[in-house]
Design a protein around this ligand. Structure first.
Ligand code: SAM
Length: 268
């Protein structure tokens, strides 16, 4: 099935809008210089893109691309709000067919995008085509099977299995993090600086936000509709998993860690 696993339900977008360059692209920040040209592929609502654009100074230029008109409108509004519209634009584009000449960008970035694609290697090849020699490609993806939590509620095991099965219906690979380096090598990108980093949800406010977001997404998002349509879950299963998320968050000692893999790929 083609399409984007999560869809752009309000709960999904709320989650993406909390992302910043600091919490989602820290590994890339030392590479950024004033005046660079940066492309953010699968930019979503553009919060990370705007932070990255901010770091390129008045002479830098950034473009965010995404196939979804809905998120691009939000991203453009954010750029205007932050006074970045002269140096940050958003355009509709598909990572497999980027509408740019070869060697157009110094930095080509994709955050949580490759995991949703049926052909991440082709995507990396296309990102490489538009990257200039001497430039860098930066990719970061979560690894769903490596997420860790406590307490070990059965509903969260069900959530993990269901989410991962549903993501695969869309042709994606939810356990992407561990595969990033192999995808880069297959795309001919062998000069790699790998790293990993996490998001942690373990304070009351973090637990509430993370669990409410997943409880809502479990019942209402594109993933939920697909799980039902594909016979992977019943409405009762989804309701039980959503309630499990809220029960998890009710524990003052509950902990959740999201592991991400990151690669800085030098382009020659
Ligand atoms: C999990 S979101 C990440 C958004 C943003 N990078 C962030 O981290 O906040 C994945 C994004 O990839 C986009 N996407 C899906 N398929 C794509 C494709 N073929 N080309 C470019 N972007 C794509 C989706 O529309 C979605 O906005």
């Amino acid at each position: 099935m083609a399409g984007y696993t999560h869809g752009h339900h309000a709960a999904v977008l709320r989650s993406h809008r909390t992302r910043t360059a600091a919490n989602s692209a820290a590994y890339l920040l030392p590479e950024l210089r004033p005046g660079q040209r940066l492309l953010d592929v699968g930019c979503g609502p553009g919060t990370i893109t705007a932070d990255l654009a901010d770091r390129l100074g008045p002479t830098g230029r950034a473009i965010g691309v995404d196939p979804s008109a809905e998120v691009l409108a939000q991203a453009a509004a954010l750029a205007a709000e932050r006074g970045l519209e002269q140096r940050l634009t958003f355009e509709a584009a598909d990572v497999y067919r980027l509408p740019y000449a070869d060697a157009s960008f110094d930095v080509v970035h994709a955050h949580q995008v490759l995991q949703h694609l049926a052909d991440p290697v082709a995507a990396l090849r296309e990102m490489r085509r538009v990257a200039a020699p001497g430039g860098v490609i930066a990719v970061r993806d979560a690894d769903y099977a490596a997420m860790a939590w406590y307490p070990e509620l059965p509903e969260l095991d069900e959530w993990s299995a269901l989410y991962r099965a549903t993501a695969r219906v869309f042709g994606g690979e939810p356990d992407a993090g561990r595969r990033l380096l192999s995808w880069a090598h297959a795309a001919g990108l062998t000069d790699a600086r790998p790293s990993s980093s996490t998001w942690t949800y373990a304070t009351g406010a973090e637990r509430a936000w993370w669990s409410e977001s997943w409880a809502e997404r479990t019942v209402h998002s594109n993933t939920a509709a697909t799980a039902l349509a594909e016979g992977l879950a019943t409405p009762a299963d989804l309701a039980r998993i959503a309630a499990g998320w809220l029960r998890w968050a009710g524990r003052p000692d509950a902990w959740f860690v999201v592991l991400h893999s990151e690669l800085l790929l030098s382009v020659s």
